[in-house]
Design a protein around this ligand. Structure first.
Ligand SMILES: [Zn+2]
Length: 207
C-alpha cells in the first residue's frame, strides 16, 4: 500500500532529499563550480563583454577557467567555453579532456558544443538557457544526436536564475548607457542600482 511508503519518505533527512534525483534539485558541488563560473562571467562584464563564464573541473579540482571576450580579443571564437577548454588542454598537455566537466553560465552554442565533443568532455553543466543560440535543447539539441555525441553528458539549469539575472543586468546597463543625455540621470541610477543588487545577489549565492 502507498500508505506505508509515504511516512518513510517524509522522514528522510534533508540531505537525503538533496541527494535524491528530485526535479529541480541541485548537487552542491555543481552549485559551487557554477558559482566560480559566475565569478568568471563578472570578469567579462567588467571588460564590457556579454557576461558568460566557464570553469573546467577534473577529479574535483578546477583546472582551468575562461570568460567571454570576443570583442577585446578580436576573436569570434573567444567564447567562455573555448577559452576554458584551451586552458584545460594546455594544462593537461592533451587535446582531449576525458574525465573533465565544464561548467558554463549560459547554454553553449554550436561552435562550443562542437569543441566539447572533439575534446571528448565527460560532462557539460550550464546555467541559463539561451533561446537564440543554445544547442543543448533550445534551438536544437546537438548532444542528443548519437551520430555526433559519444562522450558528453549534459545537465542544465544549475543556478540558472543567477546567471540570467546577471545577463539581464548587463543588457539593462548597456541600454541605459545608450539613451539620450536627457534621459540619462534617472536611467543611469536605476541601472546602476539594479546591477549592484544583481552582483550582490550573485556573490551571495556563489559563496
Ligand atoms: Zn559558444
Amino acid at each position: 500500500m502507498p500508505d506505508t511508503a509515504l511516512p518513510a519518505a517524509d522522514m528522510l533527512p534533508a540531505d537525503a532529499d538533496a541527494d535524491a534525483a528530485a526535479p529541480g534539485a541541485v548537487d552542491p558541488a555543481d552549485a559551487r563550480y557554477m558559482g566560480l563560473a559566475l565569478a568568471e562571467a563578472r570578469k567579462a562584464w567588467h571588460e564590457g563583454e556579454v557576461p558568460v563564464g566557464a570553469v573546467v573541473v577534473k577529479d574535483g579540482e578546477v583546472i582551468a577557467t575562461g570568460y567571454n571576450q570576443p570583442i577585446g580579443r578580436h576573436d569570434p571564437t573567444a567564447h567562455a567555453e573555448i577559452m576554458a577548454l584551451r586552458a584545460a588542454a594546455d594544462k593537461l598537455g592533451n587535446y582531449r579532456l576525458p574525465g573533465c566537466e565544464l561548467y558554463v553560465t549560459l547554454e553553449p552554442c554550436a561552435m562550443c558544443s562542437g569543441a566539447m565533443m572533439h575534446a571528448r568532455l565527460a560532462r557539460v553543466v550550464y546555467a541559463a538557457g539561451d533561446p537564440k543560440t543554445g544547442v543543448c535543447g533550445s534551438v536544437l539539441d546537438l548532444f542528443a544526436l548519437e551520430a555526433l555525441n559519444h562522450h558528453t553528458k549534459v545537465d542544465g539549469g544549475v543556478l540558472a536564475e543567477e546567471a540570467a539575472a546577471m545577463l539581464r543586468g548587463f543588457f539593462a546597463e548597456r541600454r541605459a548607457a545608450r539613451r539620450p543625455p536627457a534621459a540619462a540621470p534617472d536611467a543611469g541610477t536605476g541601472a546602476a542600482a539594479l546591477a549592484s543588487a544583481l552582483t550582490a545577489g550573485v556573490e551571495g549565492s556563489g559563496a
